[in-house]
Design a protein around this ligand. Structure first.
Ligand code: NAG
Ligand code: NAG
Ligand code: NAG
Length: 405
C-alpha cells in the first residue's frame, strides 16, 4: 500500500505533504498507536459512509489508560450551546485546560474517535433513551455537543421545563429521549407538609417506575443508570408498607437498612421489570455502571472537600473502595443475574462498564467552575458531574462501539 494511502486509511483525508510526517510519527510511535504486537488493526477512520465494525470484537474497551492527546477537544462552550450551566467549566473560567488533552486508550486496541457523521448515519430512523439522573443528562448533553458539529436537534419535549426531554434530528429522523428517574423505581419527594421536616424521599422499592419501563419496547437503545440519589435520606416501602429507611432515626419505628439496601433493590426490580415486559423489546438495554462519587479530597462534599487535580491518574493508582465499591459490586451482581435471565428470553442486555476509566479522572469535574464564584449553589465544589467538554465525552465513543456490536 502506498504510504499516503495508508495515512488516508488511518487518519482520513490529509494533504499528501503531511503524509510523510504522519508516517514518521506513526512509525516512531507504532506502539503508542496500538500497531505493535497485538496483531489487531487500529480502528480505521474511513469515509463516513463506510460501515464500521466495533472494536469490542478485539478488546475490552473498558480497561485501559488515559494517554496524552494532542487533538483539540471535539467542541467548546463557544461551539456547543447545549451545555448545562453547572458543567460549563470553560465558561466559568476553569484556568487549566490540560484536562482536555487526554484520550482513553483501551489495552489492546484503539478507541476510534467519535465521528458525528458516521454516528448520525448509523442511527438514522432509530431512537435512543437515557434513563437516570443528572449524570445521565450530563452524558446526553455530551452526545448533543458531539453531534452539534453536524446537526442541532429540535427540542420536541412535551413540557420544556420538565426534566424529561425529547430531541429530534430531522435530517436523520433520530430521536433522543431523557427519562428523569433518579431512583429507577417509583419515588416521592420529601413531604414538605410533614411537621417533622425530616426531608426523607419515599421509595417504593418493589414498584418499577413505569414512566420509563413501559417505554423500553419503543426504543432501539435504552441506557439506564442510577447511583447518587440513593445517598439521600429515604423511607423504603414494599407492598406499600414502610419496611425500613436510610439515614433515619428510630422515629419511624423501622430499621435503618442503609442506602445499600435501596440501591441494590432498585436495580433488581428495574431489570426484572424489563425482563418481564410483555411487549416485544426491539432494541437493546444497556446498563451504565456508576460514575465514581469518591473524587472529593480533603473533606466530604459538604465539609469543604474539593477536586483540584489537573491530570488523570494511572489505573494502578486507583482503588475502588467505600461507597463506590459497594454500589459497583451490587450493580454488577444485579446486572449479571438479569443478563442471564434476559438471554434466556432472547433479550439483549449490555454492560457499559465506565467506572474504571472515570476513577482515573479526578481532574475532570467542574469543582468550583460550574458557577460564578459568588453564586450560592448547593454543591459549591462539584466533584460528581463532569465538565463539558471533558472526559465524559468518551462515554459516547464507548456507546457507539456498543451500538455497533
Ligand atoms: C422515523 O423513525 C421512526 C422510528 O424511530 C419510524 O417509525 C418512522 O417511520 C420514521 N419516519 C420516517 C419519515 O421515515
Ligand atoms: C488538603 O489540604 C491541605 C491543607 O489545607 C493542603 O495542603 C493540600 O494541598 C490539600 N490537598 C488537596 C488535594 O486539595
Ligand atoms: C504504575 O504504572 C506505571 C507505568 O506502568 C509505573 O511506572 C508505576 O511505577 C506504577 N505505579 C505503581 C504505584 O505501581
Amino acid at each position: 500500500m502506498k504510504l499516503h494511502l495508508l495515512v488516508k486509511v488511518l487518519f482520513g483525508p490529509v494533504p499528501v505533504y503531511f503524509s510523510a510526517l504522519a508516517i514518521l510519527i506513526l512509525l516512531t510511535n507504532a506502539q503508542y498507536f496500538g500497531l505493535g504486537g497485538v496483531g489487531v488493526p487500529r480502528a480505521t477512520k474511513l469515509a463516513s459512509s463506510t460501515p464500521v465494525v466495533s472494536v469490542m470484537k478485539y478488546c475490552d474497551i473498558f480497561r485501559g489508560e488515559w494517554v496524552p492527546d494532542a487533538e483539540a477537544p471535539y467542541y467548546t462552550h463557544k461551539t456547543c450551546g447545549m451545555i448545562q450551566e453547572h458543567q460549563n467549566c470553560l465558561k466559568y473560567g476553569r484556568p487549566d485546560l490540560g484536562f482536555l488533552k487526554w484520550r482513553w486508550r483501551p489495552s489492546g486496541c484503539e478507541l476510534p474517535r467519535f465521528d458525528p457523521v458516521q454516528f448520525l448515519q448509523f442511527v438514522r430512523h432509530k431512537s435512543l433513551a437515557f434513563v437516570g439522573d443528572s449524570l445521565a443528562r450530563n452524558h446526553m448533553q455530551s452526545l448533543l455537543c458531539l453531534l452539534s458539529q453536524v446537526a442541532y436537534p429540535k427540542d420536541i419535549s412535551a413540557n420544556p421545563t420538565d426534566q424529561n426531554k425529547v430531541y429530534h434530528y430531522r435530517a436523520y429522523n433520530f430521536t433522543i429521549n431523557m427519562f428523569w428517574s433518579p431512583f429507577l423505581v417509583r419515588a416521592r419527594e420529601p413531604d414538605h407538609d410533614d411537621p417533622a421536616h425530616t426531608g426523607h424521599y419515599s421509595l417504593y422499592l418493589d414498584e418499577p417506575d413505569d414512566k420509563w419501563v413501559s417505554q423500553v419496547p419503543r426504543f432501539d437503545y435504552v441506557l439506564v443508570s442510577a447511583a447518587n440519589w440513593f445517598s439521600r435520606p429515604s423511607l423504603f416501602y414494599e407492598k406499600r408498607r414502610l419496611i425500613g429507611c436510610s439515614f433515619c432515626s428510630r422515629q419511624y419505628g423501622v430499621p435503618d437498612l442503609t442506602l445499600y439496601y435501596s440501591q441494590r433493590k432498585a436495580w433488581r426490580v428495574s431489570l426484572q421489570a424489563i425482563n418481564a415486559l410483555e411487549a416485544k423489546v426491539k432494541g437493546r438495554v444497556m446498563v451504565r455502571m456508576l460514575s465514581p462519587m469518591s473524587h472529593f479530597e480533603n473533606g466530604t462534599w459538604d465539609q469543604g472537600g474539593n477536586c483540584k487535580r489537573t491530570e488523570p491518574v494511572r489505573s494502578n493508582q486507583t482503588v475502588m473502595e467505600g461507597r463506590d465499591l459497594h454500589f459497583y459490586t451490587a450493580q454488577m451482581e444485579e446486572y449479571r443475574a438479569a443478563e442471564k435471565a434476559a438471554r434466556a428470553k432472547g433479550l439483549r442486555l449490555m454492560l457499559m462498564d465506565a467506572t474504571a476509566a472515570m476513577l482515573m479522572r479526578p481532574d475532570g469535574h467542574p469543582s468550583r467552575y460550574g458557577h460564578w464564584p459568588n453564586e450560592k449553589v448547593q454543591l459549591y465544589n462539584d466533584c460528581i458531574h463532569w465538565c463539558l467538554p471533558g472526559p465524559i465525552d468518551i462515554w459516547n465513543d464507548l456507546l457507539f462501539q456498543m451500538m455497533l456490536v
